[in-house]
Write a protein that binds this ligand. Structure first.
Ligand SMILES: Nc1ncnc2c1ncn2[C@@H]1O[C@H](COP(=O)(O)OP(=O)(O)O)[C@@H](O)[C@H]1O
Ligand SMILES: [Mg+2]
Length: 516
């Protein structure tokens, strides 16, 4: 266009229009090329324009146009530079924001994990201090760890009694999907582990938590060798410690191969010490159970020995002493007859001696009966109770009736003795404490039990008296019944008075048979 106009007409200002695309151009090279092109065109315009115009005017115009082009180009370059800086600053800021967001997300995750671990440790500490059954506490803890790690299977191994070189599997498990790990559970139940063997054995030897990424590829995991697919892959385990001593190992399994998680392992260390206290309590409880069992056996043995002694003494007194007295009485009456013929004065004394020997015979019989009524050995429990009821009635004046509903069911002598002795203790209590006027006794059998119910119409026993640790008579009754898998129930009757019901199992051996 410049070339079509006469010289000086274009005034060179046309090239300023290059400013506009320059302003819009994002590329600095484009701006420079446009500026150079504008300048070249400006110069060419001078040569190719049709003549006309004043020379100084024309040159001034061309120079001005050149400056304008340069200025526009410089401005464009400056703007472009500023734009670039702005973009760089924005990108930098965006990257920083991105970084901070990631950092924040990470620390949030860490915080959540820490909260979860703190919650886990707290829950386990609380459970450890609760007084619920120890096995329940242990399975609760296994369940919590499974939930925390999001692993589906957990189990407890305990060290064998008194030796810290062997681990025995327990029945304490947590299985998220019941039935899914049956094979592995079955193998575990049959696999005690020596120190250093398998995952738990390694924990027992190191005293530290251990992790296996894939047990099926581990050379030291015997349980994986038994069947092709045991259904578990990754495993971790940690020791339960009492002081420095490992007393148990808790193991956990996942169905996938998982890389070790240091955080989980660190928390498990803490939990292991916490659970040590639970196992310490379990050991104390086991020991106390054993002592209690021994005490119970001792009590039972004592009763047995007492019974044997009573039977022997009763027999001795009855058979020997009573026979001796009868002979003395016989001899005395003969002597009495002989003396009566010669010396009537002695008759009074011999009569006195005869009365005394009668009394002695009666007393010996009573002692023998008290020690152990032969009726129990000879005729059985219902007859012995019948006799005891009569004896009680005549001794105390309390009306007493007996109902026998055994329908001739047989019962062995040991059970009969137990029931009879408890019955005697019950009658003694009625005579001593109840102020009753009537007592009813019922002996009956059910499918599994022999039952004896004794009801009086006295003042009634109180709940405190039933529960009291000082009620040793009642305690003895319960202990005797327990030997035969039975119990003694004592309650206040609706109409006042006390009902004592004794149930013992008809079949089975004594609980502590063979241990004495
Ligand atoms: N039939 C009963 N009627 C009322 N109180 C009873 C009866 N049997 C037991 N008791 C109460 O229960 C307590 C505990 O009985 P027991 O253990 O046999 O102890 P003891 O007879 O040596 O006092 C008795 O002291 C008495 O107060
Ligand atoms: Mg008593």
């Amino acid at each position: 266009m410049d070339a079509l106009l006469p010289l000086g007409i274009a005034d060179g200002m046309l090239y300023v229009s290059l400013v506009l695309p320059g302003m819009m151009a994002q590329n600095r090279n484009l701006i420079i090329i446009a500026a150079v092109l504008g300048s070249v065109l400006n110069v060419l315009g001078y040569f190719f324009s049709p003549p006309g115009g004043e020379l100084t005017h024309v040159i001034t115009n061309r120079v001005l146009a050149f400056f304008t082009i340069c200025l526009a180009a410089i401005l464009c370059l400056l703007k472009n530079n500023a734009d670039e800086k702005l973009t760089a600053a924005r990108n930098f800021l965006e990257a920083r924001v991105q970084d901070r967001t990631t950092e924040l997300r990470d620390s949030n995750k860490r915080l959540n994990n820490e909260v979860d671990s703190a919650k886990l440790v707290k829950a386990i500490a609380m459970a450890s201090n609760e007084t619920r059954a120890i096995d329940d506490t242990l399975s609760f803890c296994i369940e919590r760890v499974c939930k925390f790690a999001d692993w589906p299977l957990g189990h407890l191994y305990l060290t064998e009694d008194k030796t810290a070189t062997r681990l025995i599997p327990t029945g304490i498990w947590h299985v998220r999907d019941p039935g899914k790990f049956d094979v592995f559970q079955k193998i575990t139940v049959d696999t005690p582990l020596e120190i250093g063997v398998g995952l738990p054995g390694r924990v027992l030897s190191s005293g530290e938590p251990e992790w296996i990424i894939d047990v099926t590829k581990d050379p030291n995991f015997p349980r994986a060798k038994q069947v092709k697919d045991i259904g578990v892959k990754a495993g971790f385990a940690f020791p339960i410690l009492i002081g420095p001593e490992v007393v148990g190992v808790m193991e956990f399994f996942s169905t996938k191969a998982v890389e070790p998680d240091e955080e989980i392992l660190a928390i498990m260390g803490q939990i292991g010490t916490q659970l040590g206290r639970v196992l310490e309590r379990k050991q104390a409880q086991d020991q106390s159970d054993v002592s209690q069992e021994q005490l119970r056996n001792l009590y039972h043995r004592l009763q047995e020995v007492r019974e044997e002694e009573r039977t022997r003494t009763a027999r001795e007194v009855h058979d020997h002493l009573s026979q001796l007295l009868t002979t003395i009485k016989l001899e005395l009456s003969l002597l009495d007859k002989k003396l009566a013929d010669h010396n009537s004065g002695t008759q009074k004394s011999t009569q006195q001696l005869l009365d005394m020997s009668d009394e002695a015979i009666q007393s010996v019989k009573r002692i023998a009966m008290d020690l152990r009524p032969p009726i129990l050995d000879d005729l059985g429990l219902p007859e012995a109770i019948e006799w005891q009821v009569k004896e009680f009635k005549s001794r105390t004046g309390i009306h007493c009736q007996f109902l026998n509903q055994t329908n001739g069911d047989e019962m062995d002598l040991e059970r009969s003795t137990t029931l009879f002795r408890i019955f005697q203790e019950t009658l003694t209590n009625i005579a001593r404490h109840s102020q009753a006027t009537t007592v009813s006794v019922k002996l009956y059998t059910s499918k599994e039990n022999i039952n004896l119910q004794v009801e009086d119409n006295g003042c009634g026993i109180t709940a405190e008296q039933i529960q009291s640790l000082r009620s040793l008579g009642l305690l003895g009754m319960r202990e005797r019944a327990m030997v035969w898998g039975g119990n003694v129930q004592i309650k206040v009757a609706d109409r006042g008075g006390t009902i004592v019901t004794i149930n013992i199992k008809r079949d089975g051996n004594a609980k502590n048979e063979g241990e004495n």
